[in-house]
Design a protein around this ligand. Structure first.
Ligand code: SIN
Length: 531
């Protein structure tokens, strides 16, 4: 058994920021299932929303967040995260992060972008590669910290709690079993504080803007360990993913619409004016539903995004990565509209936490996309997520460092593989994986009905039985573990969706088309063992 002072699962903005904050106070292990830079953060194009300009105000950012969140945000949490944002951004800049700047009257200032639902320009960005630059700056800082051990290709299987170890008294998280994907060995890691920073679950859906790692591992592990999970029905579909079978999951940043791009229907005519007066810059739930409705109405398999009215030089300079990638697939965005479709993008619910990352299970914390703090409510405002990761990592570190000294930890027994033998039926894993992703897309997508949700619940329960059998019979592999986790994440989404008898924000149910005031400020909640 390996012991540390802090175990961090995940290596995106939240996990790395947390590790850097606590490293001066103890030994930290960052457990990450692929390479350290493989995270949702690394893929973030748009940027970080924060109040840094004189024309902006905390109040305006708070109001924009509350409006997008459709009555479900926790206002105190929203205020805390927004007001603490600028200080955390300065720390990031001090670490070496370089945001794009522009020249105004002979002085350099931050070049602020605009995205849907924001009333002001407030998105700090590094051209269209913000996440990549942030990840690089944080990883560089982590590499110079002798107290941090980075364990790449290590897959967290399950959290270890005192209840699971048969201990009497209040339950507590004391560690995690981890599969070393290179050797196939499973080892126990223990620590008084275990921090989930594992990101979201976009891969639960057939079409997603997320990288392959986004398989809901954290939310699934937390649920199995007894943590409360909230609001998983609120899956954000990004309106503009490149529609081209060769381009897996390629996002066309909302910042492109922020700079004036228009959405066009199959006949190349604009349509957003028929859906919302805010047009292309309405909050994402509105724009994604409008596109979905246009596609269903016309039978088209995509719509178009057109920014050709802007000078080519501007487009290439502001969006170099998007421009180059589109060009590789044969689309010159300076000359022609780009084909786009909505795709699963962000998990607004997750492990229920305080703004300091505390879960209901002592010893277990959750920060970033895996958590549900109350910032996003029923629909996340664009670019608020990197901000949340940064602020909540700092707050969780302060909370843990300010808490009374660590408890003595029990020994964790070695992993039992039971009657495991080598997996020889990989076709079962790949079949179930495809089936879950397709049924989630077809039955639990942008627009839902009770019947489809119930159908999905039944199918997922059957698949889970099969996966569980497989899990006990064979040696664990990363594919099998990810399949088990996406099945659990799918179950959580459907269970939460069935709890909510209304449509609100990202959750649109044709059988309950209106919002119900009784469900404003009311979370859907799932906890193992509770009905
Ligand atoms: C984007 O660039 O459109 C994504 C930003 C976000 O999801 O916050």
């Amino acid at each position: 058994m390996a012991s540390f002072d802090f175990l961090v699962l995940g290596s995106g903005i939240a996990g790395l920021s947390f590790a850097l904050k606590v490293a001066p106070h103890g030994r930290v292990a960052i457990i990450t299932k692929k390479r350290s830079a493989d995270s949702n953060t690394n893929w973030a194009q748009g940027g970080i929303a924060a109040v840094t300009s004189k024309e902006d105000s905390f109040e305006a950012h708070v109001q924009d967040t509350l409006i997008a969140g459709a009555g479900l945000c926790r206002e105190a949490v929203v205020r805390t995260i927004i007001e603490e944002g600028p200080e955390r951004i300065h720390e990031l800049i001090a670490l070496g992060m370089k945001f794009s700047e522009r020249e105004v009257n002979g002085t350099r200032e931050l070049d602020l972008g605009k995205e849907g639902g924001h009333s002001k320009r407030r998105i700090l960005h590094a051209k269209d590669m913000t996440g990549r630059e942030i990840e690089a700056a944080l990883l560089q800082a982590v590499a110079s910290q002798p107290n941090i051990v980075m364990l790449e290709n290590h897959f967290a299987i399950d959290l270890v709690t005192t209840r699971k170890l048969g201990r009497a008294g209040d339950d507590r998280c004391v560690g995690v079993y981890v599969l070393d994907a290179k050797t196939g060995e499973v080892e126990a890691y223990s620590a008084p504080s275990v921090v989930l920073a594992t990101g979201g679950c976009g891969k639960v859906y057939l079409y997603t803007t997320n990288p392959d790692i986004a398989t809901g591992d954290g939310v699934a592990m937390a649920y199995r360990a007894g943590a409360a999970i909230a609001n998983m029905e609120f899956i954000q579909f990004h309106p503009t993913c490149l529609f081209d079978r060769r381009a897996k999951s390629f996002l066309i940043s909302e910042a492109v619409r922020g700079e004036g791009a228009r959405l066009l229907g199959p006949n190349k005519g604009p349509f957003m004016d028929r859906y919302d007066p805010r047009l292309e810059l309405a909050p994402r739930d509105v724009v994604a539903r409008a596109i979905d409705s246009e596609m269903k109405r016309t039978g088209a398999d995509h719509v178009w995004l057109d920014i050709t009215h802007k000078p080519a030089r501007f487009i290439i300079d502001r969006f170099p990565m998007i421009y180059e990638t589109c060009l590789r697939y044969g689309y010159d965005m300076t000359k022609d509209p780009i084909p786009v479709v909505p795709a699963a993008h962000y998990q607004c619910g997750g492990v229920q936490t305080s703004v300091d990352g505390e879960t209901n299970l002592p010893g277990l914390y959750a920060i970033g996309e895996v958590s549900c703090t109350g910032l996003h409510g029923a629909n996340r405002l664009a670019s608020n997520s990197l901000l949340e990761g940064l602020v909540c990592a700092h707050r969780a570190a302060e909370k843990i460092l300010g808490s009374p000294g660590s408890k003595e930890l029990p020994a964790i027994p070695a992993w039992q593989s039971g009657k495991a033998s080598d997996a020889d039926e990989m076709v079962v894993v790949s079949h179930n994986w495809e089936e879950i992703r397709r049924l989630m897309w077809d039955y639990v997508g942008i627009v839902r009905t009770n019947k489809r949700l119930q159908r999905a619940a039944t199918r997922i329960a059957n698949l889970q039985e099969e996966i569980q059998e497989y899990y006990w019979d064979f040696k664990v592999t990363t594919d099998l573990l990810e399949l088990r986790n996406i099945a659990t994440a799918a179950e959580l989404i459907v269970t939460c969706a069935l709890q909510r008898p209304e449509s609100r924000g990202l959750h649109c149910n044709l059988d309950w088309p209106d919002a119900d005031a009784a469900w404003s400020q009311r979370d859907s909640l799932v906890r193992r063992g509770l009905a």
